[in-house]
Design a protein around this ligand. Structure first.
Ligand SMILES: Cc1cc2nc3c(=O)[nH]c(=O)nc-3n(C[C@H](O)[C@H](O)[C@H](O)COP(=O)(O)OP(=O)(O)OC[C@H]3O[C@@H](n4cnc5c(N)ncnc54)[C@H](O)[C@@H]3O)c2cc1C
Length: 406
């Protein structure tokens, strides 16, 4: 959904609060709040801002809301059941124990944005965020925007991480990052090395092993000790892990949460769906880490060079925040408390791994952090200080939708 300020009377009254036209200079559109990112994190923030009658716009680099889900591999199903895949105000439309496909998730997010008329402007990639004279300045190509508040709403998984020696692989080897992998037909015959043995690597290795020989390289991350689709998991274990452990117990407010946070930030999650025995029965061969490239071939920690026609890098992502030109990163780490950056008043983050809790980057957990950011914006916003009876038409609309039994 692409909502230009002029495309809807509701949106136009709430989005841009003005534009500066200095002759001969670029025109900057002004907003009270800009949310950068229109995935689940940005939409949840939008929902909570709208509920408070606060004006805002959401920018997303993709062509369509939720394209980050659409772009994932074709066979991907969520590891969280539908009961835990809804954002605030709108449950996921499926039976509680179903595991949605990635396209069902994308469609859900798109209909969420439409249902609450969230003002998402797609195709806007913010390439610089800075501050001038107390205002945030956002640049997207040849367009400039100003805002009093900015919410950077996205997961840590924005830029593929690939080891630098990948460029030395023989050009005849097909190499892809997991973010570019869609289905086995993209690969050549001649064997596949999947590098990285966490959830993405294990799921892709298993899928590809139905077609050709597969080596899975990397540290064994362990596996949850139950099948996530078993009855006992659905009725008891999944709720305990997701709602109790990840959402309530492992937070920055508990000693155990603070103790485990660094580990959870630096380690991959255990395997959730694929079991070690699934990989073994499909003929996937576990091998050590890939440490170099020699004569165009990938080399393992045990010095073996593998003769493969394909390499799939399931080596993770980086946040890729180089476009943020603000002094908010201390030795690479974002300095914040629950997503609020005290050194840059008005700047918030939502969606990052363990921002507040182990559930912060997950669908069922992001709403709480989104509400926290919206409350913080409301507390300093002029709009937030208005009397409730002069709330904007967007807030009234949203409340009507909610009352209508969402
Ligand atoms: C393979 C995989 C499977 C997952 N499965 C589950 C699951 O089953 N259950 C679960 O709870 N979680 C799951 N997650 C975790 C999480 O729910 C997803 O990663 C989810 O997509 C995160 O949503 P988000 O909105 O925080 O960030 P993203 O989905 O990454 O969306 C961020 C948006 O911001 C936009 N953006 C980024 N930079 C800019 C910029 N500079 N300017 C403008 N726009 C920008 C991007 O275009 C993107 O649309 C999974 C993650 C992965 C990688």
């Amino acid at each position: 959904m692409s909502t230009q300020p002029s495309s809807s009377p509701v949106a136009s009254s709430l989005q841009a609060s003005g534009a500066d036209a200095v002759p001969g200079s670029r025109v900057a559109e002004r907003f009270e709040t800009v949310v950068i990112g229109g995935g689940q994190a940005g939409l949840a923030v939008g929902y909570h801002l709208a509920r408070r009658g606060l004006p805002f716009v959401i920018f997303d680099a993709h062509a369509r809301v939720a394209d980050s889900w659409r772009g994932r591999w074709v066979s991907l199903r969520l590891f969280t059941p539908a009961h835990y895949d809804g954002l605030p105000g709108m449950p996921f439309p499926a039976t509680a124990h179903a595991f949605p496909t990635k396209d069902e998730m994308a469609d859900y997010l798109e209909s969420y944005a439409a249902r609450f008329e969230l003002p998402v402007r797609t195709g806007i990639m913010v390439d610089r965020l800075s501050k001038q004279g107390g205002q945030f300045v956002l640049t997207a190509g040849d367009r400039d925007f100003e805002a009093q508040n900015v919410v950077v709403a996205m997961s840590n998984w924005q830029r593929p991480r690939i080891p630098s020696f990948a460029q030395d692989l023989d050009p005849g080897i097909v190499q892809l990052h997991s973010s570019a992998y869609r289905h086995p037909a993209q690969l050549r015959d001649g064997g596949v090395l999947v590098v990285g043995a966490a959830n993405s690597g294990a799921e892709i290795a298993l899928e590809v092993a139905h077609q050709q020989r597969v080596w899975l390289s990397g540290r064994d991350t362990g596996a949850v000790p139950f099948r996530i689709d078993s009855r006992v998991a659905q009725l008891f274990l999944v709720p305990v892990v997701l709602r109790v452990l990840f959402h309530r117990v492992l937070t920055i407010d508990t000693p155990i949460g603070r103790k485990l946070r660094p580990k959870l930030l630096s380690h991959s999650m255990p395997l959730l769906r694929v079991r070690r025995q699934d990989l073994a029965s499909a003929g996937v061969e576990r091998v050590p880490r890939v440490v170099a490239v020699r004569q165009g071939r990938p080399v393992l920690e045990d010095e073996r060079a593998l003769d493969v026609a394909n390499v799939i890098w399931c080596t993770g992502f980086e946040p890729g925040f180089s476009w943020i030109d603000l002094p908010i990163f201390g030795s690479g780490e974002l300095m914040h408390h629950r997503g609020i950056v005290a050194s840059e008043p008005g700047l918030h983050f939502v969606g990052l791994t363990f921002l507040y809790a182990a559930s912060s980057s997950m669908i069922h957990g992001v709403g709480r952090d989104a509400e926290y950011a919206a409350k913080s914006i409301a507390s300093v916003s002029r709009a937030g200080q208005r009397e409730p009876n002069v709330r904007s038409s967007r807030a009234k609309l949203l409340q009507r939708v909610i009352r209508a039994g969402v």
